[in-house]
Design a protein around this ligand. Structure first.
Ligand code: NAD
Ligand code: ZN
Length: 395
């Protein structure tokens, strides 16, 4: 089959690789009809995720048709149309039983789990196509994928819904939703969202759904800010290249600061001035793993007693985090890889009723062969790119 393989920073190639096989009786094989490039894939593309190996198949946002099932798979049949959540979860362990799906204890096999335990103390769940620290599983930017624990993760899609409407259940829709849920939104609340990429868009939409009185959307890319603005007249926008974000947020909240600050940017935040230069240099010479520019701003901007919610991914050791501000302002910090499984059915219901149509963020639909071009335009925001969907069986 054809798959998108990583060969180093900025080097994605579409190659012919062996078809996936059932390795465990609980596996299924999915023929992929739609698969997307995620902001998280850009961290791999840009070379910030360790333990990638040349030839690794990447991608973790995918859906398709079941073509084969292992002997112990009971809920799925050949021909079923499914969306697959990006964390791989067993459904049985302490964490899965508590709805903490991205923290599954069983999906990351050794020696991979052993490696990440050295870094984090414990191993979180494995993720599709996301390095050997996270399990080394082949990803979904391919014609076919092996799906472990097939009775646990995939959700069947009812007839009448297009791929475009449901594909983002695999990751970014639940991610935006969980990040907004983590903001503990109360009537009258103002939520500030850094980053108007795909995750930011769904975080903004979810914050509105969850009752935020106003959402302040922060970015510098005009078409992404416009997209946010069009969601509702309860959305206000800040272009951080035109106005200083901290000052703007103070002014827009009567000096008090937003009730919740949501970081939908993560470890590759664009920094400005001396601070931006500092992080760039330290990251380049590997003295710092992440550039936590947005996280710092969010902590400082947040009102006393408010919540900072992180959807943006962080990977390692962060420098100059204003912990004193977080502590003395009594902030709550919430974060994590999304517990996608928990949100699949409720969000599918909202899509079915027409309350949410996530397809509006798609700007590019490309055949799988054009994945390298897709990465290039998504990374550099060329051609007004917001979200790329790859179609492995387009031709
Ligand atoms: P993206 O790269 O398309 O969007 C990021 C946006 O942030 C861009 O529009 C960029 O202009 C903006 N930005 C950069 N620096 C900024 C700054 N200093 N202030 C304000 N805005 C800034 O990516 P995406 O697909 O929207 O993903 C966003 C983040 O969410 C990534 O870190 C990704 O890894 C993460 N993510 C997390 C999960 C999870 O489970 N928690 C799941 C999916 C994605
Ligand atoms: Zn993703």
């Amino acid at each position: 089959m054809k798959a998108v393989c990583w060969h180093g920073a900025m080097d994605m190639r579409v190659e012919t690789v062996p078809d996936p096989k059932i390795l465990n009786p609980q596996d299924a094989i999915i023929k992929i009809t739609s698969t997307a490039i995620c902001g998280s894939d850009l961290h791999i593309y840009n070379g910030f995720i360790p333990t990638m190996q040349s030839g690794d198949i990447i991608g973790h946002e995918f859906m398709g048709e079941v073509v084969e099932t292992g002997s112990e798979v009971k809920k799925l049949r050949k021909g079923d149309r499914v969306v697959v959540p990006f964390p791989i979860s067993c459904g049985q362990c302490f964490f899965c039983q508590r709805d903490l799906w991205s923290l599954c204890d069983n999906s990351n096999p050794n020696p991979n789990a052993g490696m990440i335990e050295k870094l984090y103390g414990h191993s979180p769940a494995a993720l599709y196509g996301y390095s050997h620290l996270f399990g080394g599983y082949a990803g979904g930017q391919a014609e076919y994928a092996r799906v472990p624990f097939a009775d646990v993760g995939p959700i069947k899609i009812p007839e009448g819904l297009r791929d475009d409407q449901v594909l983002f259940l695999s990751d970014i829709l639940p991610t935006g939703y969980m990040a907004a849920e983590n903001c503990n939104i109360q009537p009258g609340d103002i939520v500030a969202v850094w980053g108007c990429g795909p995750v930011g868009q769904f975080a903004i939409q979810s914050a509105l759904l969850l009752g935020a009185e106003r959402v302040i959307a922060i970015d510098r890319i005009p078409e992404r800010l416009n997209l946010a603005q069009q969601l509702s007249d309860r959305v206000q926008i800040v272009n951080y290249e035109e106005i200083e974000t901290g000052e703007a947020l103070k002014e827009m909240t009567g000096g008090r600061g937003p009730d919740a600050c949501l970081d939908a940017v993560g470890l590759e935040a664009h920094g400005m001035g001396l601070e931006g230069f500092y992080d760039k240099v330290k990251q380049t010479v590997r003295l710092e793993t992440d550039r936590p520019n947005v996280l710092r701003q969010a902590i400082v901007a947040c009102r006393k007693g408010g919540t900072v919610s992180l959807a943006g991914v962080y990977g390692g050791f962060l420098d100059k985090i204003p912990m004193g501000a977080a502590f003395n302002k009594g902030l709550t910090l919430k974060m994590g890889q999304t517990h996608v499984h928990k949100y699949l059915q409720p969000l599918l219901n909202r899509i079915q009723t027409g309350e949410i149509d996530p397809s509006y963020i798609i700007t590019h639909r490309l055949p799988l062969e054009e994945a390298p071009h897709g990465y290039d335009i998504f990374k550099h925001k060329k051609d007004n790119c917001v979200k790329v969907v790859l179609k492995p069986h387009m031709s």
